[in-house]
Design a protein around this ligand. Structure first.
Ligand SMILES: Cc1nc(NNC(=O)[C@H](CC2CCCC2)CN(O)CO)c(F)c(N2CCN3CCOC[C@@H]3C2)n1
Ligand code: NI
Length: 185
C-alpha cells in the first residue's frame, strides 16, 4: 500500500515536470499504479486506517506525487454520509477542454500531500470544467464537472503539468479574489 513516505515532496523535480502521456494498452504496472493510488485515497478517508498508518487524508492523488511522471491521477470525492462518492475515477491523459469564466475557490484554501507546510490563501480556479480523459481500459470519456469535484480535478491536472496549488495564490494579497467568485465551503 502507498504510505506517506512514498509521496514525493516539493523540491523533488518530478513535481515540476510535465508528465508523460500514457500509451494504451496500459502496462500492468501502470494499471497497478492507478489502483494503488485509488487505494491510498480510500485508506486515507478511513479514520481507522488513516490513523493506523498515519496517512494524510486525500481526495485526489497524481502519479508524479508517487514519483512516476505519467499523466494519471486518482480522484475520490466523497458524497454526503452514506451516499455514493460525488466523483470516483482514475483519470488517464486528462485534458480540460472547456472551462467557465466563473471563478471558484475552496473557502478553506488548498493543501497538497506533496507540500508539507500550510500555505494560506484562495486558489482561484474555474467553477465548471469539461474534461476529456481515458479510463485505465482505454475508454474515451468526456464529462462536465462543477464546484468541489471540478476544483479537485483542476488540482490533479495541474500536477500533471508541473503546477502546484500555491502557484495560483496572489502573493501580495492571498485572500483577495474576484468579488463574484464562488467560494466552496
Ligand atoms: C479539499 C480536501 N483536501 C483534502 N486533502 N488534500 C487533498 O486531497 C489534496 C488535493 C485536494 C486539495 C484541494 C483540492 C484537491 C491531495 N493532493 O495533493 C493531490 O494532488 C482532504 F483530505 C479533504 N477531505 C474532505 C473529505 N473527507 C472525507 C473523509 O476523509 C477525510 C476527507 C478530508 N478535502
Ligand atoms: Ni496535490
Amino acid at each position: 500500500m502507498i504510505k506517506m513516505n512514498d509521496i514525493t515532496r516539493d523540491g523533488n523535480p518530478v513535481l515540476r515536470k510535465r508528465a508523460e502521456k500514457a500509451t494504451f494498452p496500459l502496462s500492468a504496472d501502470h494499471k497497478e499504479l492507478g489502483n494503488k493510488m485509488m487505494e491510498y485515497l480510500i485508506n486515507s478517508q478511513d479514520p481507522e486506517i488513516a490513523e493506523k498508518y498515519k496517512l494524510r487524508a486525500g481526495v485526489g492523488l497524481a502519479a508524479p506525487q508517487v514519483g512516476v511522471s505519467l499523466q494519471m491521477a486518482a480522484v475520490l470525492v466523497p458524497g454526503a454520509k452514506d451516499k455514493p462518492p460525488l466523483f470516483k475515477e482514475i483519470l488517464v491523459n486528462p485534458v480540460i477542454v472547456s472551462e467557465s469564466v466563473q471563478i471558484a475557490a475552496l473557502e478553506e484554501g488548498e493543501g497538497c500531500l506533496s507540500v508539507d507546510k500550510e500555505i494560506p490563501g484562495y486558489v482561484p480556479r474555474h467553477d465548471r470544467i469539461t474534461i476529456k480523459y481515458q479510463t485505465v481500459d482505454g475508454e474515451n470519456k468526456k464529462i462536465r464537472l462543477k464546484d468541489y469535484p471540478a476544483i479537485v480535478c483542476q488540482h490533479e491536472i495541474d500536477h500533471l503539468k508541473g503546477t502546484l496549488f500555491y502557484d495560483h495564490i496572489n502573493q501580495k494579497e492571498p485572500l483577495k479574489i474576484d468579488d463574484d467568485a464562488v467560494l466552496i465551503g
